[in-house]
Ligand binder design. Structure first.
Ligand code: UGA
Length: 415
């Protein structure tokens, strides 16, 4: 395994990982103990005798919203420089602008190097599980033998394999993430409609999820999607749609629904408190979702920072991301536990669905708070238990229950 960061290589050699990913430290320890994995910062050392080279470098978004492929280009040029005949097959796992595989293949023309696009579909927080049980393997290759050689590497995983060309493989990755983002925004709009007509958002999501054409994933209403993937890929597909179709509005709407979810919480606090300045706000969770310490594009962190800018007294608790939080958001107060965060709070916002939050004793939370408003941004609780604990409850998925209109009003809505 090659990385240009010497510090990380040194950590990996000792079996240490600098980010939170369940199951990964154990997997690394096993690989090291069995001497099946070694680490180097040297391209020549790492590439010697390689038959396949997996390229898994980051492709961040540029300020113009396109994907930055500079790490990728640098990796490819090193592979070109430091490999000899017989040349390895290059397997690209990085999310790249559609068409990159062919552009790179063109760079290597006449050099007997095959570039295969093999997008990664694993999700953070369940990377190990997803890697060993993938829903599909997509292999984009213009060379049949190279494509089949890569497919053979995955044979023990017994996953369905889609053989296609590189452009299709790359586009299928963007399309999958854009669809997931669309599903989340769709669920969020449904929950808002549900709130007005008196439908329980969770019930609607459950009913939808049992239709195999729809499926269960990404239908949870809440603070919206974040992370390094969905927002970035949504922006990339929106650009393509703008360039090649007159339908970019579809993806623009998905992004704007997503932003609106956070704005709703700010509006709610304005409604309740008048001015937000000086209010004590506890934010439980800072990462973009549970089981990761990733703060990139996190709706939870964005909301906490926005409230701090409005001069609220914001106290954040996150089970794993405190060290990173101190670096990226030094203005926020960081608590050591959920209960410490909610002490004296006018309002508690559950912003990330960490399992430990679901186990919180709501009565103890209420006693610790000075106010009574609980904003359940990730649908962890139910209205009845919140009310039993004396909390005033707002949730994106069950707000419909709270504000259920009188029965006689329903026929008018239905017609
Ligand atoms: C996503 C895709 O799920 C992976 O398949 C893909 O490989 C990965 O991007 C990538 O491109 O590398 P990830 O970013 O780890 O994975 O996160 P997701 O689990 O998809 O969640 C994204 C966001 O949507 C989170 O903020 C999450 O809280 C939110 N979400 C998810 C909802 O608001 N509701 C849901 O029902 C599901």
């Amino acid at each position: 395994m090659i990385d240009i960061n010497q510090k990380r290589i040194a950590m990996l050699r000792e079996g240490r990982i600098w980010f939170y990913e369940p199951g990964l430290p154990e997997l690394l320890a096993r690989g090291l103990a069995r001497k099946r994995i070694t680490f180097t910062a040297s391209y020549p050392a790492g590439l010697s005798r390689a038959r396949f080279v997996f390229v898994c470098v980051p492709t961040p978004t540029t300020s113009e919203g396109t994907l930055d492929d500079s790490y990728l280009r640098s990796a490819f040029s090193n592979i070109r420089q430091y490999t000899n005949a017989p040349r390895p097959v290059i397997v690209n796992k990085s999310t790249v602008p559609v068409g990159t595989g062919d552009v790179v293949a063109h760079l290597f023309e006449g050099e007997d190097i095959h570039v295969v696009s093999n997008p990664e579909f694993l999700a953070e927080g369940r990377a190990v599980e997803d890697f060993f049980h993938p829903s599909r393997i997509v292999i984009g290759s213009r060379n049949r033998i190279a494509g089949e050689a890569v497919a053979a590497l995955y044979a023990p995983l017994r996953a369905p394999v889609v053989h296609t060309d590189p452009v299709t493989a790359e586009f299928s990755k963007l399309a999958a993430n854009a669809f997931l983002a669309t599903k989340v925004s769709f669920a969020n709009v449904l929950s808002r409609i549900g709130e007005s007509v008196g439908a329980d958002g969770e019930g609607v999501a459950k009913a939808l999820s049992l239709d195999p054409r729809i499926g269960a994933g990404h239908l949870r209403a809440g603070l919206g999607f974040g992370g390094s993937c969905l927002p970035k890929d949504l922006a990339a597909i929106e650009q393509l749609a703008r360039r090649f179709t007159d339908s970019s509005g579809l993806f623009g709407a998905v992004a704007s629904v997503n932003r609106a979810q956070r704005a709703r919480v700010v509006d709610l606090l304005h409604e309740r408190f008048g001015a937000i300045a000086g209010r004590r706000v506890a934010v439980l969770g800072a990462t973009f979702k549970a089981n990761t310490d990733d703060l990139r594009e996190s709706p939870a962190l964005a909301l906490a920072c926005q409230l701090a800018e409005l001069h609220a007294d914001v106290v954040v608790y996150d089970p794993v991301a405190a060290p990173q939080l101190r670096v990226v958001a030094p203005a926020l107060h960081i608590a050591r536990s959920a209960l410490a965060a909610v002490r004296g709070a006018d309002v508690t916002i559950v912003a990330t669905e960490w399992p430990e939050f679901a186990a919180i004793d709501l009565a103890a939370m209420r006693r610790a708070m000075s106010g009574s408003l609980l904003v359940d941004g990730r649908g962890l609780f139910d209205v009845a238990s919140a009310h039993r604990a004396g909390l005033d409850y707002f949730s994106f998925s069950t707000a419909g229950i709270r504000d259920c209109p009188a029965e006689e009003q329903l026929p008018a809505v239905a017609s």
